[in-house]
Ligand binder design. Sequence first.
Ligand code: APR
Length: 253
Amino acid sequence: MTDLADRARSLLSNASRVLVLTGAGISAESGVPTFRGPGGLWREFRPEDLATPEAFARDPRLVWEWYGWRREKVSDCQPNAGHLALARWMLARSGVTLVTQNVDSLHEAAARSTGVADPSPAMPVRLHGSMARERCTRCDHAREGLEPVNAADLATLPHCPSCGALLRPDVVWFGESIPERALSQATEAARTAEACLVIGTAGAVYPAAGFVLAVHRRGRPVIVVDPNATAFDSVATVRLVGQAGEVLPALLA
Ligand code: APR
């Protein structure tokens, strides 16, 4: 591993601009379930029942019950050594754009836990929104959603304080488009990156996976950190097989 890690380290330090893409795997050691791996959410639940606008229209109570459960589960989780190593590395150098598919807030928590006055350079671009936010299904109202969800009945679900309509989790569901600002930030980062670091994503979902391939198509190096095979293995310049919490502290020190 060290030769590979040394190679990855020099590719990253020689790049003045780096795109980092993270997925559920970086939060696995914090206790957040992944989606497709062993014990993954999509092994137990059907995305078409829980993570589409159609599912929400059909049964908002069921969808909110599931997000309420996930929110509670994630609220007990802390950033792990992988999140922390990444945040410290991003604050110690410039030119890194962190793009995450995750809807937990562990990257933000890691950035804040560094204690630096301005942790904003380590804050992620959120492609798929955030489970800690809610937005109105009718007006523009949006807010931090930290109250436990009471999904006993339609009337007890979160409702908009402005217009009274139902609130929904502020996440991107299958079939929905990525928020414009996040999409343009990620596209720009992929267009200018001189190296790409991919951590804990199977690479099954677009446009997220497309940003990695865009960097590869420009002939730039791609470094993949994952204990299992991913869709990026064929384009990886360096493949580091292992858990993020073990590989990243050594790689980014
Ligand atoms: N460290 C690093 N990687 C890990 C770890 C770990 N400790 N544990 C698991 N992994 C890897 C798995 O091997 C897998 O390749 O993390 C990856 C998780 O892949 P998925 O479960 O498919 O999650 P992700 O790629 O983030 O999913 C993308 O799909 O369901 C949608 O919107 C959802 O954002 C999500 C998107």
